[in-house]
Ligand binder design. Structure first.
Ligand code: DGJ
Length: 578
């Protein structure tokens, strides 16, 4: 594909183009190692999913920046936060309005800067394409397109025909312009990123419409009254309640027709954008959804309509096959709802990935709920120093420091169905994770333990919910009952070996075949260093598979089961019986 680069960026782009021809020149650096690494891809085997990076499953210990952080002046505050978090993956936007400031002239300078910074800070990148949709609106559409009436149209609401602050998915010219810009972005990434620093792309952001179930403009009414596209119905194959193999939207989908029509139109549009990008460079692609209540089947119109909400996942799969994963943005302040969302999106035909979530305070333990359901990654929103404080980052950083010595192993073992992980629930004192020949018994020592006199963890927040952000969540802790904060992960390496980590709990093992458990060996991992440009045995940080033994535990450190407090500890245990 040919893309026009504005004069200011032409020099840099020429270097990039040479890189695409196999001559690796990047920002004046020496040739990059690993240019022959395979493409990142989503792989599903026996109902288990993995994101392959450099040819092996990869666990995304993610964090998303704030919306306006992708600028040269704010990036230093992003890198500093990622270092402190021990995140291995940064999700950060690429704004259409910034990437194509004049029609047909592309400015990839910020993309290059982010790739360079990510490499220096041991990070992989997920770019968020803020194109036609951002939170249901079109606020990142470039000015030149917005001011062009043929290019951009708002949808028309049902009541009184007023325009709604949401782009029409039927605006063909806008879709074509978005496709072109997105294809230019992917083509550019391909040319400058032979080592796959960029591992995945989010296409648009929380697409759909707030304030109207669908577009009710005269043009949209015509399409709504026309037959449902046959190819789509074939792919849908009767799912999502499709009543007949042909007919118009009302005939096929009855009372759900308005919402399903909008979901199809949005998904089809975004599927085309994704396909145009993949034709240049086939990175894995996903769509994120603003959710509806996962337990009550609420009425259409009470949540963002047309996005990949749990009730229209089949429609999205059928209408947008170029999208690899449909993902939930989980902001539920209630663990039953949080878990229900995870269960809705973890399907044999859909990889579980949480690209946005609240994650501060005791909500950070929900990372383990996601991993326990086979998630390929988890990524709280807004964890950079443009707005977040260092204190807010501590609980997520604790998770990532526990997991990073075993991140590759956990991804591989999760892909094989050998990982179990849990979060403590209010009122819960213990849990058993069954591995057949062995059971892991978790006793919670935070909230549960404090009922029995244990110490309060640093991240406590009021009980009953996931806790407010940072200090606000901690303020009420003195008066309220203790909040659940415990978490644990157990991954089976072979018949008698496990990786284990957790916090505010103890972990013990029991043999199903009788005999008493013997710790043949308990090894503790060395924590990974996170200095910019740090090298790990000659490998870059995120491809280092890194259980390195720091010490062997024995005596008081093993005689009374294995305690996990509020400092990161990651163990490999070898079990026997006597
Ligand atoms: C969800 C959106 O996807 C994000 O970009 C951001 O706007 C957050 N909401 C704000 O909480």
């Amino acid at each position: 594909m040919k893309i026009r680069i504005s004069k200011r960026f032409r020099g840099r782009f020429c270097a990039a183009a040479l890189a695409g021809l196999g001559l690796v020149l990047f920002s004046g650096q020496t040739p990059l190692q690993g240019a022959d690494k395979p493409m990142p891809q989503v792989v599903t085997t026996n109902g288990h999913h993995a994101l392959f990076v450099d040819g092996a499953p990869y666990l995304m210990l993610g964090a998303q920046s704030h919306n306006s952080s992708a600028w040269p002046g704010t990036l230093p505050k992003v890198w500093a936060a990622m270092d402190d978090l021990h995140a291995n993956t940064l999700e950060i936007p690429v704004y259409w309005e910034q990437f194509e400031p004049e029609q047909g002239k592309f400015d990839p300078s910020i993309v290059d800067l982010m790739i360079k910074g990510a490499r220096e800070h041991n990070l992989r990148l997920v770019f968020l394409w803020f194109g036609t949709w951002k939170n249901g609106s079109g606020h990142y559409i470039p000015l030149w397109a917005k001011s062009h009436p043929d290019m951009f149209t708002h949808i028309t609401g049902s009541r009184g025909g007023r325009h709604v602050d949401s782009p029409s998915p039927l605006a063909e010219a806008c879709m074509k312009a978005d496709m072109k810009a997105f294809a230019a972005l992917l083509s550019h990434i391909k040319s400058v990123d032979p080592v796959h620093t960029v591992i995945m792309i989010q296409v648009e952001n929380e697409p759909g419409a707030w304030g109207s179930v669908r577009d009710y403009s005269p043009e949209a009414e015509k399409v709504f009254a026309a037959p449902v596209p046959a190819e789509f119905l074939k792919a849908l194959n009767g799912r999502n309640g499709a009543k007949s193999a042909s007919g118009n939207w009302k005939e096929v989908f009855g009372d759900n027709a308005d919402e399903y029509f909008h979901a199809y139109c949005v998904a089809h549009y975004i599927g085309q954008v994704a396909a145009a990008g993949k034709a240049q460079y086939p990175l894995p692609m996903y769509v994120n959804a603003a959710l509806r209540d996962p337990l009550t089947n609420p009425r259409a119109g009470s949540y963002e309509s047309g996005g990949a909400t749990d009730n229209v996942l089949d429609i999205w799969k059928a209408a947008a096959p170029a999208i690899d994963i449909l993902c939930p943005d989980i902001y539920q302040n209630d663990t039953a709802k949080y878990l229900a969302v995870l269960d809705h999106y973890a399907r044999p035909d859909n990889t579980l990935f949480v690209p946005e979530t609240g994650g501060t305070g005791n909500a950070s333990r929900m990372c383990f709920a996601a991993l326990g359901r086979g998630a390929i990654g988890w990524s709280p929103f807004g964890l950079d120093y443009t707005r977040a404080t260092p204190a807010e980052l501590v609980p997520v950083g604790m998770n990532y420091r526990m997991l990073e010595p075993i991140m590759r192993e956990v991804a591989q073992l999760n892909f094989e169905g050998k990982v179990k992980a849990i979060e403590e629930e209010a009122g819960q004192t213990s849990a058993t994770l069954d591995f057949g020949a062995w059971s892991a018994i978790i006793n919670f020592t935070g909230a549960g333990g404090r009922r029995g006199g244990g110490a309060a963890p640093a991240t406590a927040a009021p009980a009953g919910g996931l806790g407010a952000r940072g200090a606000a969540g901690e303020a009420g802790a003195a008066a309220a009952p203790p909040a659940p904060t415990g978490r644990a992960l157990v991954a089976q390496i072979n018949e008698k070996q496990f990786f284990i980590t957790g916090s505010s709990c103890t972990i013990e093992f029991k043999s199903a075949f009788g005999g008493q458990r013997d710790w043949l060996r308990v090894e503790e991992a060395e924590q990974l260093e996170r200095k910019p440009n740090a090298s790990h045995d000659g490998k870059d940080y995120s491809s280092a598979s890194a259980f390195r033994v720091m010490r062997i535990r024995n005596g008081d450190e093993t005689d009374y089961s294995l305690p996990f407090g509020t400092e990161p500890e990651t163990l490999r245990v070898t079990l026997g019986t006597y």
